[in-house]
Design a protein. Structure first.
Length: 404
C-alpha cells in the first residue's frame, strides 16, 4: 500500500499530476495527499515526490506466518464447448501433472478450485484421476460466465481462508486477466507465462520463464509473500497418466457475491472465426516460415495440411509480413503448441520459435540450409527446397491413396 507521511507532505500536487491512474489527490481542506483504491503501486508518485512524503509499503509474510501456508492449488478453468456446455480446460490437467511432480518434494495437498453455476459444472471426479487430492467447488448463478470481478472476489476469499503455499493458473486469456488481479488484492508476487517449475532446497517454488527476448531463462522465487503465484503456458507440461482408482475430497465453498460486484455484462456470445482455428489443440501442424517466399505460396502449405488432416500455423516472420495472422503464430510471442506431428517448412529455428513448439512429439523440418538451427532439434530433417519436396510428396501420397 501507499503511505503518505503527512509531516513531510506540503500539498504541492506533483503526485497528483504524475499519477497515470488518477489515484492520488491533494485534499483541498488539509492540503495533504490522499490515496484512492485505484492505486496500482506503480511508484510514479514516489519517484516524483521531492519531500520524501510517499512510500510504498509492501506486505510481506513473516517467517512464522509462512508456516501457515501449505499445499498446491490450481484454478480449474472451465470453457464452453460448441454446445455451450462447460468443460475443464486441458491446461488444468497439465498443471496437475506438474503439481504431482513438485509434490514428490513437498508432500502436501493438491487442490483444484472450480467456479461455475449450480448444476452446470462438468463431472469433477476426473480431477482426482489426474492427481487432485481435493476439489473446492464454488457454485453461484453469477459465475456462469467468467468475469474479472466475480472470479477475483471468490478466489481471493478462498485463498485467504485456505492459505495455499502455491497457486497456479493457466496462462490463458482469462488466466492472464485473473491472476494479476488476485495478486494485487492479496499483495502477492506473480510470475507470468512460466515454462518450468521446480522446488529448491528451501522448499520455495522456482518459477522459470524466458526473459530478454528468450535469450535467457529467468528463475524467480517469491521468498516473502504467499501464495507463490504463477501462470503457466498451455501445452507446456505433459498431461499425467490417468488413474481411475484415485479418489479425493469434495469441499463446497460458500460463495458470497452480489450482482453489483460484477461490472461487466455479457450481451451476446458468438464463436468467432478465429476461435475455430485453434492451433493449440491440433494433432498435426504444418507450419510455414519465411522460406515460403510469398503469400501466394501458402496455398501449398494449406494443401499439404488438408491432405494430412492438419492445420496451418506459421512463424512470426509471416505474421509480421501480414501473410498470416497472429492466432496461428507459434512461439514466444505467439502460441505454445504440442502436436503429435509438427512439420516446419522454411523455418530457420530461432529460439523464440522453438520455445513454442519444443514439446511436439515428432518434428519434421524441411530447409535448404543444412546449417539451419531447426535441424538441431528435428527428429527428421530434409535438406532441400520445399517447392520440390512438397509437390513430389503430394503426388506420391495421392498415387498411394488411389492404389488403396
Ligand atoms: C521478443 C521476440 C519475440 C519473438 N517471438 C517469436 C514467435 O513467437 N514466433 C516466431 O516464429 N518468431 C518469433 N520471433 C522472431 C524470431 O526471432 C525469428 O526472426 C523468426 O522466427 C524467423 O522466422 P522464419 O524462420 O520464418 O524466418 P527466417 O529466419 O528468415 O528463416 C527462413 C528459413 O527458410 C529457409 N528457406 C528459404 N527458402 C527455402 C525453400 N525454398 N525451401 C526450404 N527452406 C527455405 C532458409 O534457409 C531459412 O532457414 C521473436 C523475436 C523476438 C525478438
Amino acid at each position: 500500500m501507499l503511505e503518505i507521511n503527512e509531516e513531510n507532505c506540503i500539498g504541492c500536487t506533483i503526485c497528483e499530476k504524475v499519477c497515470p491512474f488518477g489515484a492520488i489527490f491533494v485534499d483541498p481542506e488539509d492540503k495533504k495527499a490522499k490515496v484512492l483504491d485505484t492505486c496500482t503501486l506503480c511508484g510514479a508518485c514516489v519517484n516524483a515526490c521531492r519531500y520524501d512524503a510517499i512510500t510504498i509499503k509492501r506486505k510481506t509474510v513473516s517467517e512464522e506466518d509462512l508456516e501457515k501456508y501449505s499445499g498446491i492449488m490450481i484454478w480449474g478453468e472451465l470453457e464452453k464447448d460448441e454446445l455451450k456446455n462447460l468443460q475443464i480446460k486441458n491446461v488444468v490437467f497439465e498443471l496437475l501433472g506438474k503439481a504431482q511432480e513438485l509434490n514428490k518434494t513437498l508432500n502436501e495437498t493438491i487442490s483444484v478450485v472450480i467456479l461455475g453455476p449450480p448444476g452446470k459444472i462438468p463431472p469433477i471426479d476426473i480431477l482426482y484421476h489426474y492427481g487432485a487430492d481435493e476439489v473446492f467447488l464454488c457454485e453461484h448463478e453469477l459465475l456462469e460466465n467468467y468475469s474479472t470481478d466475480g472470479f477475483t472476489t471468490v478466489i481471493t476469499t478462498l485463498i485467504i481462508n485456505e492459505k495455499p503455499s502455491i497457486f497456479f493458473y493457466g496462462a490463458t486469456v482469462n488466466g492472464r486477466d485473473l491472476a494479476p488481479r488476485i495478486a494485487a488484492r492479496i499483495a502477492a508476487g506473480l510470475t507470468a507465462d512460466c515454462t518450468a517449475f521446480d522446488i529448491n532446497k528451501e522448499k520455495q517454488l522456482v518459477q522459470t520463464r524466458p526473459a530478454f527476448g528468450g535469450n535467457i531463462m529467468a528463475s524467480i522465487i517469491s521468498p516473502f509473500t504467499r501464495p507463490q503465484m504463477a501462470t503457466a503456458r498451455p501445452n507446456n507440461f505433459q498431461i499425467p497418466i490417468k488413474d481411475t482408482s484415485r479418489k479425493g475430497d469434495l469441499k463446497k465453498f460458500e460463495v458470497k457475491i452480489e450482482k453489483q460486484t460484477i461490472r461487466t455484462k455479457i450481451i451476446e456470445e458468438t464463436i468467432s472465426k478465429v476461435d475455430t482455428i485453434n492451433i493449440e489443440e491440433a494433432d498435426i501442424l504444418v507450419s510455414a516460415g519465411k522460406g515460403i517466399g510469398n503469400k501466394e505460396n501458402l496455398k501449398l502449405v494449406k494443401e499439404l495440411a488438408r491432405e494430412i488432416k492438419g492445420i496451418m500455423s506459421s512463424s512470426r516472420a509471416l505474421v509480421d509480413l501480414g501473410w498470416t495472422s497472429h492466432p496461428i503464430q507459434v512461439g514466444q510471442s505467439g502460441k505454445t503448441v504440442s502436436p503429435k506431428l509438427y512439420i516446419a517448412l522454411g523455418i530457420s529455428g530461432a529460439i523464440q520459435h522453438l520455445v513454442g513448439m519444443k514439446s511436439s512429439d515428432i518434428l519434421i523440418a524441411i530447409n535448404t540450409d543444412p546449417e539451419a538451427p531447426i535441424f538441431k532439434v528435428a527428429d527428421f530433417g530434409i535438406v532441400g527446397d520445399i517447392f520440390e519436396i512438397i509437390p513430389q510428396f503430394l503426388k506420391q501420397l495421392r498415387a498411394e491413396r488411389r492404389k488403396n
